[in-house]
Design a protein around this ligand. Sequence first.
Ligand code: AMP
Ligand code: GLY
Length: 423
Amino acid sequence: MNILILGSGGREHTFAWKIAQSPLCKKLFVAPGNSGTAEVATNVNIGVTDFEAIKHLVIEKHIDMVVVGPEDPLVNGVHDFFLNDDAIKHVSVIGPQKAAATLEGSKEFAKEFLYRHDIPTAAYKSFTKETVDNGYVFLETLKPPYVLKADGLAAGKGVVILNDLEEAKAELKSMLVDAKFGKASTKVVIEEFLDGIELSCFVLSDGKNYKILPTAKDYKRIGEGDTGLNTGGMGAVSPVPFATPDFLNKIEERIVKPTIEGFKKDNLPYIGFVFIGLIKVGDDPKVIEYNVRMGDPETEVVLPRIKTDFVEILQAMANSTLDQINIEIDDRTATTIMLVSGGYPEAYEKGKEISGVDTIKDSIVFHAGAQWHDGKIVSSGGRVMAITSYGNAYQEAIKKSYQNIEKLHFDKMYYRKDIGYDL
Ligand code: AMP
Ligand code: GLY
């Protein structure tokens, strides 16, 4: 079959790398892709939300399946767009329809879903400009730290956690009254603060059945020791050492099963990846958030551990036959370290030549914000490359990635040197 992947990050390079290994994949395209996907697929310069251009490409190249990487096209209804067009409705789309994608597109919608289906999560209330005074009163009833979340998509910046009550009130005003995050902060969810260690659980849904993929932990802050600004993710480890069989069983029984059942009860068709952001509070898992796609850089450690043909898995998702497939997982640990442009997640320079990529033999280099330019690989984004390694223990895998990073260089390259420090 011919497959099109939408996206251009490390996640999409990992998808492309994995799909290209399958004998079931005849031609592989990535829109728009990066320098890494160019090595295993054909890049097509189309934006992920340009649905008309995607449709033309799908028809022209006889694409049978579209795998959606990022949330934007899903929240904007790319799956619905396919279903509503006779010329392309036969094409399988991996990624939920708009109604279910709202689980990521609206924090309030996600909280209502969690409450409706009795899934453990932080207590919350949501507010608008009209009810901002009630928001101040609600903050006064809480203990610090205060967790404020813009309801809509805010490029990963919409969650603000503050220790001081007056600052929290000022932030609430800034979000609701001064539209700090534009339309995304028309509503704000204020949540109980949960204290614990985070991990992510990835679930495949075919609308009827589910399969759980390996857990992963990502490192979101820019600075060592989990300090400084939030990023898309600076590194990841899979499996998560503290996710014991007993804890994983709690995740499946209390969270995964009611989530999949919830999709059915609420009539939310869901073919795709469910990314459940969890926090371990004491010995119990609670949901921090849903994403309707795979994580990045979690994908760079989860997919390399899947031994089963990935296209077979995608087909089972599309055909609602996940119950008939056995997914084999590599026992080894995989870790990834993200190389970023100096200054990220704030302003940074692009166009820096990246050297040494060819010299890496025993790690996998997944390209993210990187493109070919005049015969050279140059940086084109904040997160530039993810260096993934296997090991029998996570320490061994991490060491291998760090050794190989020594061979890579670009001007103002930065990475965290403490990935895995808290495990
Ligand atoms: P989110 O975008 O909802 O994943 O939130 C971003 C980050 O904020 C999470 O990864 C957590 O580190 C933190 N966070 C979100 N909600 C809470 C909460 N209720 N308690 C503690 N930390 C939280
Ligand atoms: N690494 C977190 C995310 O993909 O949202």
